[in-house]
Design a protein around this ligand. Sequence first.
Ligand SMILES: *Cc1c(COP(=O)(O)O)cnc(C)c1O
Length: 394
Amino acid sequence: MSHLRARLAAAALAAPHAAPMAEAAPAALPCVDDLVAILRPEEPLTCLRTAALRANAAGFTAGFPGVTMYAVKCNPDPAVLQALWDGGVRHFDCASLPEVERVSRIFPLAEIHFMHPVKSRRAIARSYRLHGVKTFVIDSASELAKMLEETGAPADLDLVIRLALPTGPAKSDLSGKFGAWPVEAATLLRQARPHARTLGISFHVGSQCLEPLAWRRAIQLAGETMRASGVPVDVLDVGGGFPVAYPDQTPPALGAIFAEIEAGVDALDLPGLVLWAEPGRALVANGTSVVVQVQLRRGNALYINDGVFGSLSDAGPPGFRYPARLLRASAAGAQDFTFFGPTCDSNDVMAGPFVLPDDVSEGDWVEIGQLGAYGAALRTAFNGFGEGRSVAVR
Ligand SMILES: *Cc1c(COP(=O)(O)O)cnc(C)c1O
């Protein structure tokens, strides 16, 4: 048994997990096509696949050799949180007081971790005193001082130092904003050690990272930083970034990334080091699709009722492509389309291309998939287009 397997077994024993709830009978839920035929929705219709969410949660928590915490910002819909809980997720990575309050209201027994390196004083004090949050991420000495002042430097704080990483191969780079560079991070580990019940180091390789070696390299850097600190470190948090499939992106299997992480951690030779992960996208992307209606076709551009200020912000400047499906039978050949969103802003355009039958026209409904991550969570009401319902489907 590797160190990691031993750790996994220990983590499983330590986790205060209830057995997952019984699944709602999937047959009781409508399918998307039937629902659209009945509702004929003229506003975007968000379709939630709770069975997929439960399966994602069960798969990740079983495969990852450590503690899995869900990054709530990715999709904070209470129905999504519930499905992940039902699949076995008990730890939640929150980044704001409202996220902490939401998770603690829905799941009084959840383990909530405050993983934003820059927090308001009120958020620190209330999270710690009212919601039992013990774990906080920091990346500067002034944030450490703020933490200790607002919590009263108690004996049960778990402190995690966020390590900065050089720009990596991920689709959404997260290297520019947070994190301490290795020398400063080692100093912070040393400064935090006397105040920490549990001391950790974390990083984020960037969102939608298709390259397993990115974790390996980051783990090596974290290992060097831990050694340089000269103090014992209890937790290595390998962050989020676990990728999912999009029409132009085929991710490696999660298992291949987990194997790379295990190999990287075994090479550190730090027995007893506990692993955490903070997946967002990988747990929820396939859990939601959005049904949009075509309001106008102009050549190969479709004007639809959702867009960059709604669920499709990542289809704007970040350039994500999503699978699209026409919700009626068609014998026409496939064609590449661009989408325009409903607002008057000329940035409300999604280049795609999105592949649909060539006879798609005004009034048609199109289901856009893989929108559970950073889709609904980013909707705004800009220009009066915030409406839209959410329904559970099978
Ligand atoms: C956004 C975020 C995550 C989740 O990232 P994914 O790429 O969606 O897995 C995890 N941890 C932190 C600190 C984040 O900011």
